[in-house]
Write a protein that binds this ligand. Structure first.
Ligand SMILES: NC(=O)c1ccc[n+]([C@@H]2O[C@H](COP(=O)([O-])OP(=O)(O)OC[C@H]3O[C@@H](n4cnc5c(N)ncnc54)[C@H](OP(=O)(O)O)[C@@H]3O)[C@@H](O)[C@H]2O)c1
Length: 301
């Protein structure tokens, strides 16, 4: 009998970390979440000892500075967490002789390409978050030859801070919501990411598929406005809050950080080399909304 795979994940309350914890039983793996204060990416000197004590078979590097707008005025911290900290996690994993699965983002691209991005398309982040994450990818790859870097996008889940929860919260008090309609991407469920991460981790551990950079998002694509409409249609059917969606251009919704207009990622390499293909975003969204509505989110009567 082979021992259960033991995944040690950075972070404790993040969307992907929590989803991995929820999926552990189904996949028959152990998931150990290692968050602050035991593991702080801003304290790289202590990372090795924390990971060593947790005895990983594979390290999953899911913690990150994810406040995209704040990163513009806090670039040093974003870089310290997403580049230096992530690199140190990968280096510690290498010292322990185990692979690392590292999560990255569509924000490493500038979003001007007219088709979904492939792994070997030129990067060109347009903000500090993306620059830090790209430096993190490079640090991870340099520190640990046994790595898989999984770029994902538009992550949501029943918990944490994400677009689905924001829309349902706003609909409780507003009849109409302005939503950007000229950025395209693939809304991706943290639980589906967790399934993909576990599969890739197994392959790295058993050396049955190659490492490298992979794109991993849900099937299908949408604009933020279409995503919002789908959330409200599902919520309405379940008796939850809903609102009218007013599509607006990005120029009408200024934010400190610029966002790529095209966030679509081509997932063919992941399917070919790891046999992993995430469900369509509409199917995954239905599962998430069914969990939130009418429980936490009820229509005010
Ligand atoms: N959210 C998205 O839309 C999106 C899109 C593309 C890629 N990604 C990438 O996917 C990964 C997972 O994202 P997510 O949505 O699950 O993130 P999230 O919900 O924002 O959670 C971030 C996690 O990072 C941890 N963290 C932040 N600073 C830390 C530090 N100094 N030391 C240790 N832990 C720290 C947080 O710790 P606590 O547990 O203490 O709060 C939390 O667990 C990240 O690498 C992110 O860059 C996310």
């Amino acid at each position: 009998m082979t021992a259960r795979l033991r995944l040690v994940v950075t972070g404790s309350q993040g969307q992907v970390v929590r989803a991995l914890g929820e999926r552990a039983v189904q996949h028959d793996v152990d998931v150990i979440a290692l968050g602050r204060p035991q593991l702080d990416l801003l304290q790289p000197a202590k990372i090795f000892a924390a990971l060593e004590a947790a005895r990983p078979d594979v390290v999953v590097s899911a913690a990150a500075y994810t406040a995209v707008d704040l990163a513009e005025s806090n670039a040093a911290e974003a870089h310290a967490v997403n580049a230096v900290g992530a690199g140190e996690v990968a280096r510690a994993a290498a010292s322990l002789g185990v692979p690392v699965v590292h999560l990255s983002t569509d924000y490493v691209f500038d979003g001007t390409l007219g088709r979904p991005y492939r792994e070997d398309d030129p990067t060109g982040p347009v903000g500090e978050y993306g620059r830090g994450k790209l430096a993190g990818e490079q640090a991870v790859a340099a520190a640990n030859p046994a790595h898989a870097i999984l770029r994902t996008a538009w992550v949501y889940s029943p918990f944490g801070k994400n677009f689905v929860r924001t829309m349902l919260n706003l609909a409780a008090t507003r009849e109409e919501i302005n939503v950007v309609a000229d950025q395209r991407g693939s809304p991706t469920s943290a639980h589906d990411i967790a399934d993909g991460v576990i599969e890739v981790a197994r392959h790295l551990r058993s050396n049955t598929a190659p490492g490298g950079v992979f794109h991993m998002t849900a099937q299908g694509e949408a604009t933020w406005a279409e995503f919002a409409e789908a959330i409200f249609a599902l919520s309405r059917m379940a008796g939850g809050p809903f609102a009218r969606v007013k599509p607006i251009p990005t120029s009408a919704y200024p934010t400190p950080a610029r966002r790529p207009a095209n966030s679509r990622l081509d997932n063919a390499k992941l399917a070919r080399e790891h046999g992993v293909s995430l469900p369509h975003w509409r199917d995954a969204l239905a599962v998430c909304v069914a969990r939130l509505v009418p429980g936490e989110f009820r229509k005010a009567s």
